[in-house]
Design a protein around this ligand. Structure first.
Ligand SMILES: NC(=O)c1ccc[n+]([C@@H]2O[C@H](COP(=O)([O-])OP(=O)(O)OC[C@H]3O[C@@H](n4cnc5c(N)ncnc54)[C@H](OP(=O)(O)O)[C@@H]3O)[C@@H](O)[C@H]2O)c1
Length: 257
């Protein structure tokens, strides 16, 4: 445990507006619930409208702040859709305190020479180009609060690409590069804290697809990550910018930028 870190209390994130991409399943869904429980207004971005509505019902049913729903397919983004999204958030909330780039797809795991160009492009668009464009569109809203935070979810292959991980590895490597350059550029010119989290092996659909022979009961649940994301999102947590968190259950930043 980081001794400098204060324990979260029930309303640590009260009044904060936090957008989570890929909120309909896995880690993103769990983050959204954890943020809402701590008082945040969550903006839930996903492409499965029914799953978004189920999550909305769950959050409202627990008397947590009413979330905003953003039906949005990151693989299909374009300038117009991003403008509409930014305008809608501006009109309804006026600012943004948090942006969690969680959504991703795995793609194929085959040798590069056999990798489908179509799948490659879809993975890069979803995992790297869309977060880049979303960041560009939403940065002005993140600059408004006294303190805001952005988190990019990466993977062990984002720090060190491995054979056969294809576009997924390339996209995460690029994403970490974007996060690190942004954290340097914005460190002295904004109050936006930017960090990378590699969640490690977590019991989700993506993990099941990547390692079908694995026993899921031996994996950490997505809920185990809640404390780390609360720490990274809370304005007064003392979290730094430009860190790479390689989650091992202890919530410590194992790798500093
Ligand atoms: N689980 C692990 O062990 C692990 C390990 C290392 C890194 N990670 C990273 O952690 C993050 C979350 O992974 P996860 O395991 O929770 O994955 P997951 O269970 O597959 O969930 C991914 C989420 O992203 C959404 N998504 C995918 N494509 C989208 C698109 N085009 N537009 C909008 N939303 C889209 C999915 O929605 P749909 O349901 O509609 O597809 C889903 O809500 C990812 O960035 C992943 O790379 C996970």
């Amino acid at each position: 445990m980081n001794p400098e870190r204060s324990e979260p209390h029930s309303q640590t994130l009260a009044g904060r507006v936090i957008l989570i991409t890929g909120a309909t399943a896995g880690i993103g869904r769990s983050i959204a619930l954890a943020m809402a429980q701590l008082g945040a207004t969550t903006l839930l971005l996903g492409r499965d409208v029914q799953a978004l509505e189920r999550l909305y019902d769950e959050i409202v049913g627990r008397d947590w702040p009413e979330p905003g729903l953003i039906p949005f397919d990151l693989a299909q983004y374009d300038a117009q859709r991003l403008d509409e999204l930014t305008a809608a958030i501006t009109a309804q909330y006026g600012k943004l305190h948090g942006l969690i780039h969680n959504a991703a797809i795995l793609g194929d795991r085959v040798p590069f020479e056999h990798y489908s160009a179509t799948v490659w492009d879809r993975v890069i668009k979803t995992n790297f180009e869309a977060p880049t464009a979303l960041t560009r569109a939403l940065l002005p809203l993140l600059r408004i609060p006294e303190m805001s935070a952005m988190v990019f979810l990466s993977s062990s292959v984002g720090a060190r690409p491995r054979a056969y991980w294809g576009a997924y590895a390339a996209s995460k490597y690029a994403l970490e590069g974007l996060a690190m350059l942004l954290s340097e550029e914005l460190e002295n010119t904004s109050n936006i804290r930017i960090n990378v989290v590699n969640p490690g092996a977590t019991r989700t659909g993506m993990r099941r697809a990547a390692y079908p022979a694995e026993d899921p009961s031996e994996l950490r649940s997505p809920e185990a990550l809640s404390e780390l994301f609360t720490f990274l999102m809370a304005p007064d947590s003392g979290a730094k910018t430009g860190q790479r968190y390689q989650f091992d259950g202890s919530c410590e930043p194992l790798i500093s930028a």
